[in-house]
Write a protein that binds this ligand. Structure first.
Ligand code: 13P
Ligand code: SF4
Length: 333
């Protein structure tokens, strides 16, 4: 029970400080429990850059989609706790079927994966029978199973450039990434009309405002952003490429057009530089991915305790989905 009446301002600040310290205490308890369970279960915790800083801080490995797939394929651990979204955990299961792959919150989906249902995609493919089907890794196992090649934002341009020039290409499900890959590779592609709710939310007006307040800042953007926003970027790349750029660039400040979870690693890796995120178009906090942010320390502890939710896949789909992922890993060595 609070000892000071909440109506007094000092009372409110005492209650706030008390609740902050009890949250910190609870987080310490979760961290200690996770550490113990991680050893007992022989588990590895993988986290994407868009996770909450507290989740990134307890991970064994943090990376972009390509690095996380490589790590999931190579680990010796018996259990993979995937702190990311469903398609990422599913990719880990496709690559490591004998391991238990846990996702702290099964509701952690993705607007891009949802925008590409398997039956509609099969119809789309049948309308373009001579096309090579290249799918962005942000899609379900059922879409991967219908694809010739998987790519991520860090290898898409390089992989598309390697495809035979006499074959037309169908690209799904992100039309913004697809347009950017077309421009970079010089290859025409037929695009599936999907998009990411986070990367479509950034306000151009807010970006221009930040640019005029910080004229020396470099603008780093993810290729899932809309084309009119990418026009303002000094550098475009996947999350890990943006992080590398922040480390290597001579600029001292950066405006970052992607999910703001990445700012945590940027600030840790280059503490002497400054990083600004860009708000959503209505000043909303919709620049944070609502799916990625479902994972918490408490849910990581719970999933290691109960060994659920675990990713399960039909073996026939897994085998078909594995082929284009392996092709990607071979082509992007
Ligand atoms: P990358 O980390 O591979 O750039 O992917 C970004 C993303 O939107 C993941 O959902
Ligand atoms: Fe999907 Fe966009 Fe969230 Fe990435 S940021 S998981 S693409 S909704």
């Amino acid at each position: 029970m609070p000892r000071v009446a909440p109506s007094s301002p000092r009372g409110r600040s005492v209650i706030f400080a008390a609740s902050q310290s009890s949250t910190a205490c609870l987080d310490d308890e979760h961290r200690a429990a996770i550490e113990k369970l991680r050893q007992e279960r022989n588990a590895v915790i993988l986290a994407h850059y868009y996770q909450e800083p507290a989740v990134q801080d307890i991970a064994d490995f943090i990376g972009d989609s390509l690095e996380l797939s490589r790590k999931a394929a190579a680990t010796d651990a018996e259990v993979i706790v995937f702190c990311g979204v469903h398609f990422m955990a599913e990719t880990a299961k496709i690559l490591s079927p004998d391991k238990t792959v846990l996702i702290p919150d099964l509701e952690a989906g993705c607007s891009l994966a949802d925008a590409c249902p398997a039956d509609a995609f099969a119809r789309f493919r049948s309308q373009h029978p001579d096309h090579i089907v290249v799918s962005y890794i942000n899609c379900s196992a059922a879409i991967k199973a219908q694809s010739d090649l998987i790519c991520t934002s860090s290898n898409a341009v390089d992989l598309v450039k390697q495809l035979p020039e006499n074959r037309p290409i169908l690209f799904a499900p992100d039309q913004n990434l697809g347009r950017w890959v077309q421009a970079q590779s010089g290859r025409e592609m037929t695009l599936w009309p999907g998009s990411c709710i986070v990367h479509e939310s950034f306000s151009e007006q807010a970006l221009l405002g930040l640019k005029s307040q910080h004229p020396k800042a470099e603008v780093l953007a993810h290729p899932e952003c809309m084309p009119h926003l990418l026009e303002h970027a000094d550098f475009i790349g996947s999350t890990s490429k943006m992080l590398q750029r922040a480390q290597q660039s001579k600029a001292e400040s950066f405006i970052v057009l992607t999910e703001p979870g990445i700012l945590h690693q940027m600030r840790l890796k280059v503490p002497d530089k400054s990083f600004l995120d860009v708000p959503g178009s209505d000043g909303c906090s919709c620049n944070a991915c609502p799916y990625m942010r479902l994972n918490t320390l408490e849910k990581i502890q719970q999933c290691l305790e109960t060994m659920s939710p675990a990713i399960e896949l039909e073996e026939s789909i897994r085998i078909q989905a594995l082929r284009p992922i392996q092709k990607m890993l071979e082509m992007s060595k």
